[in-house]
Design a protein around this ligand. Structure first.
Ligand code: 6R9
Length: 650
């Protein structure tokens, strides 16, 4: 094995897509933004901060005197909820719809900015009545309904940090997060609609807050499904009873730019979940700027829809804070893409004339599997920009998205970022970038990212290694809640002075960045580091394959051998011939080194609840080990089905 195997660069992608001329001519951002930000990075961000309305304008942009603990716009003061709601009403846009809510059972409701202001003010007054104060923490455990955004904004309005816990998580996961943040109040609902049925939330909260030493004083319950709930007098309060009696006026107080806005937990592969802390002024600046620039948002005319759950960072930054800070009109959808039918998303796009759609590769690959004829039945001509986030998007999925959803006309922006980065970091700009399917391409203006080898040396164009961020950015995490040391160890100790993102990446011959999967997943075959993403993309480019996940399994001769789990397309039959053909296809696309040793057709792949493939569990299967932690899986029966396949494997 070689001493320093950096990531091999195997995939070649030659297709290019220029920005549509009409979009480019009116684009919010032109190529000059890169030059401007390069010449004066801090000046650039100081200018972006002026998108916000400050009670006290900041005079200082960045304090980096104690790295990596950043302070952005330190002497500025603002109220985040005021910026997301009130100022749009004051500017005369109170009648603009902020949220078109579409419930899974088909109920819908449109909320204007003026209505949102009243609702957020009432909710803020309600939290104050319950004793919540500036600096406290509030847990939010909710379905995808407008009250979730209202609850988050109400917390922001009074200076309490929210900690949103995804509604699909268990009572244990909720209890751990409540405890870690010492939350005083939990905001929840009786339940939400999921796959055509009401799905309860309150029982998990009852369980989580019944534990010894709980810090929770009140549980506020939104009535959504009308299902029966257990009630603890004195502790539990109905949202509607509590908020309806409050005045619709609340004067928003300005807080320091570095005042905590929220904690959001992200589970690493090992250990306790990390409470990622985000603060106010820098975070809001970057999410507002990136939502405006990456999606070319025109708030007066666009209808934007991000399909993520508010429980993930994508929902925080690109459903709640970015779009609302920009005064956008957006769609919020409660349920799953196949309820009551597999065209639900496209029906929603048609109904609201959605012009900007932001979704995840896992959803795109699912739509591909369901068939081209489904979106073809709907009028998708309103769409003008498509976005992707969450995983590397395979070039074939990118092409399918552009063609079958974007009518071969819309730019696709592949946005790389993390819970920790708070906002988008690497992405094409729809009016500027000549797009390459499968690549996130360039750091946004004002962002410094590159790829380094094991020795922290920047790799030349064409080289592979680790993605790092080399300069602080406004929406960066400030620490891990209650654990500065873990913050230093996890992100800042691998490479001196650089943020280690944990993702493998390469630079192509033009210097564009390609994300190659988590470093923990990279495979080492005969001394070559091979990216899971590239082998998966090669498999997905075969017409018989809908989805693929590959892992490296211990192998006596090659160190690790590539094992691929594939979901075949509807019509493809699972035969020895096909498996042989797939191996050869990967060999022909990437080179013989990348040929999987084994290919196992399966019905489903294990995914986290935010749609990322959990290769760790597949590695356990491939190495005949007992399965590790499966609690973050969407559906744990998937693993039983996969394990049943194994004896029949070649
Ligand atoms: C926003 C979000 C972060 C991890 C990240 C990377 C993967 C996200 C990606 C991508 C390739 C993209 N990831 N976007 N990989 N291309 N466009 O997903 O945050 O849940 O914290 O996950 O997701 O591996 O490090 P989070």
């Amino acid at each position: 094995m070689s001493e320093n195997p950096s990531l091999s660069n195997l995939l070649k992608e030659e297709r290019r897509f220029a920005p549509p001329a009409e979009l480019a001519a009116q684009a919010n951002v032109t190529a000059e933004a890169y030059e401007q930000a390069k010449a004066d990075r801090l000046g650039f961000w100081a200018e972006q901060a002026r998108r916000l309305t400050w009670a006290t304008e900041p005079t200082e942009t960045l304090d980096w005197s104690n790295p990596p603990f950043a302070k952005w716009f330190q002497d500025g003061r603002l109220n985040v909820a005021y910026n997301c709601v009130d100022r749009h009403v004051e500017a005369g846009n109170g009648d603009r719809v902020a949220i078109h809510f579409e419930g899974e059972p088909g109920d819908s409701r449109s909320i204007t900015y003026a209505e949102l202001k009243d609702e957020v003010s009432r909710a803020a007054n309600a939290l104050l009545e319950l004793g919540v104060r500036k600096g406290d923490r509030v847990a939010v455990y909710m379905p995808m309904i407008p009250e979730t955004a209202i609850a988050m904004l109400a917390c922001a309005r009074i200076g309490a940090a929210h900690s949103v816990v995804f509604g699909g998580f268990s009572a244990d996961a909720l209890a751990t997060r409540i405890e870690d943040a010492d939350a005083r109040v939990v905001i929840t609902a009786d339940g939400g609609y999921r796959r055509g049925k009401p799905s309860a939330l309150k029982p998990a909260v009852d369980d989580a807050v019944s534990r010894e030493g709980t810090t929770v004083e009140h549980v506020v319950v939104v009535r959504r499904t009308g299902q029966e709930v257990a009630w603890t007098e004195g502790r539990d309060v109905w949202w509607h009873e509590l908020t309806q009696k409050q005045p619709a006026e609340h004067t928003a107080e300005a807080f320091e730019a570095e005042h905590p806005l929220f904690i959001l937990y992200t589970s690493g592969t090992t250990g306790r979940p990390k409470g990622i802390l985000h603060t106010s002024g820098g975070y809001l600046t970057q999410v507002a700027y990136t939502h405006w620039s990456v999606f070319d948002l025109k708030p007066e005319t666009d209808v934007y829809w991000c399909t993520a759950d508010v429980g993930w960072v994508t929902g925080h930054s690109y459903i709640v804070y970015g779009p609302l800070a920009n005064g956008a009109t957006q769609v919020m959808y409660e349920g799953t893409p196949d309820t009551p039918h597999q065209g639900r998303f496209w029906e929603i796009v048609q109904k609201y004339k959605v012009s900007i759609l932001y979704t995840a590769p896992t959803a795109i690959r699912t739509f591909m599997k369901w068939g081209d004829d489904i979106p073809a039945k709907f009028d998708l001509s309103s769409l003008r920009v498509l976005g992707s986030v969450g995983e590397p998007i395979n070039p074939e999925a990118w092409i399918w998205y552009r063609k079958h959803i974007g009518g071969d006309r819309t730019p696709v922006v592949d946005t790389w970022w993390q819970t920790e980065t708070g906002g988008i970091m690497i992405s094409p700009l729809p009016g500027v970038t000549e797009a390459k399917p499968g690549s996130a391409q360039r750091p946004l203006p004002g962002i410094a990212a590159t790829v380094v080898d094991d020795e922290a040396t920047e790799v030349p164009d064409g080289g592979g290694g680790y993605l790092v961020l080399t300069e602080p950015w406004p929406s960066m995490l400030r620490t891990i809640w209650g654990d500065d040391q873990r913050f230093l160890d996890t992100y800042w100790s691998r490479f001196e002075g650089k943020y280690f993102a944990g993702d493998g990446a390469k630079k192509d011959d033009d210097g564009d960045i390609w994300l190659l999967g988590r470093v923990d997943d990279v495979m080492l075959v005969s001394g070559h580091n091979i990216s899971t993403t590239e082998v998966e993309s090669a498999l997905v480019s075969h017409p018989s394959v809908a989805e693929a996940a590959v892992v490296g399994a211990a192998d006596e001769t090659t160190g690790q051998a590539i094992v691929a789990f594939v979901i075949l397309r509807g019509t493809a039959a699972e035969t020895a011939d096909l498996v042989g053909e797939l191996r050869n296809h990967v060999g022909a696309t990437l080179g013989p080194i990348a040929k999987p040793k084994r290919i196992l057709p399966v019905a489903e792949l294990p995914k986290t609840r935010s749609g990322k493939i959990m290769r760790r569990l597949l590695r356990d299967v491939a190495e005949n080990r007992q399965l590790g932690d499966v609690t973050t899986l969407t559906d744990s029966t998937v693993m039983d089905l996969i394990q049943e396949k194994l004896p029949t494997a070649p």
